[in-house]
Design a protein around this ligand. Structure first.
Ligand code: KMH
Ligand code: ZN
Length: 284
């Protein structure tokens, strides 16, 4: 593609929903989707109102986070069968998950998987992502044709991403897409100034989405849209819709993002165009 040709999907907005995450307890957030049925039903609702990709963390029978491979495979199959969404599995898991389990996630062969570009303080915990581990994730995704989404929690991780691409080559599909995860206590702040600073360090030709944790959700969404970026929303990242008002469900967050994307004249992209945008070759 010549430098003047706009990338497929540049006219619209990729909306990713991250419906569950690994941090909220079902007991504290009863409307959090944790069973396979709840996840698929949320995914369908979110697709209907504008989501094109789903970032998936799964829970076990006890509603706690798990990286059980059988359940991951079942989840990928169910989402493929019952939605048209691009299915992205989290390799971040929970802060307590060992590297071996996080690498094994890739054996579920999703369309895409997250790949966090470095270690970051994560509230009172540490989200550990050693360099060798990141390289291994990147290599295994290349081997399996899984398109990575590079998760960036702090600006220095963009330097690590450039190093990764320089030393180990382009990802599966050849296109680089990053997700700025902003406002994690211990990571970069979730505000417009920081988003603009991060964009200066993004690899040439890369696309980006952004998500703001907790109360940074809206400022990050507005900043990302203004800067031509894509959006991730969902109850993994925020359970509050407005001051003093809990999120009703994930579709409520997706619908709001879709409305703002339309106002920004970059309407939500359908999943087929997102596959082109991200160079995802698996089709649904
Ligand atoms: N749950 C966090 C520790 C990812 O999904 O790749 C990590 C996380 C990132 O959510
Ligand atoms: Zn996640």
């Amino acid at each position: 593609m010549s430098p003047s040709t706009p990338r497929p999907g540049a006219h619209g907005t990729l909306i990713t929903v991250a419906p569950t995450g690994a941090e909220h307890a079902k007991a504290d957030v009863p409307n959090l989707p944790v069973t396979l049925d709840e996840l698929v039903s949320t995914a369908r609702d979110c697709e209907r109102v504008g989501a094109a990709m789903i970032h998936v963390h799964i829970r076990g029978a006890d509603a706690r986070p798990t990286l059980d491979l059988g359940l991951l495979k079942e989840t990928v199959a169910a989402l493929r069968e019952q939605t048209g969404l691009v299915v992205q599995l989290s390799t971040g898991g929970a802060v307590t998950d060992p590297e071996s389990d996080r690498l094994r996630v890739l054996d579920a062969l999703p369309d895409s998987a997250s790949c966090t570009m470095g270690t970051v303080n994560f509230g009172d915990d540490v989200f550990l992502n050693r360099w060798e581990f990141v390289v291994e994730l990147h290599k295994r995704m290349c081997e399996r044709g899984i398109v990575p989404e590079y998760e960036i929690f702090d600006i220095g991780q963009l330097a690590s991403l450039r190093r990764l691409l320089d030393e180990h080559g382009a990802p599966a599909g050849g296109h680089v897409h990053v997700d700025l995860v902003m406002g994690v206590p211990g990571g970069m702040p979730g505000d417009a100034e920081t988003l603009v600073a991060a964009l200066r360090a993004i690899p040439d030709g890369a696309t980006f989405s952004a998500t703001g944790i907790g109360r940074t959700s809206l400022p990050v969404m507005f900043a990302a849209l203004a800067a031509g970026g894509h959006l991730r929303v969902g109850m993994e990242d925020t359970i509050s819709y407005a001051r003093g008002e809990r999120v009703k469900d994930n579709a409520q967050l997706v619908a709001r993002a879709a409305g703002l994307a339309r106002i920004a004249q970059r309407p939500p992209l359908p999943a087929a165009e997102v596959r082109e945008l991200l160079s995802v070759s698996t089709s649904n």
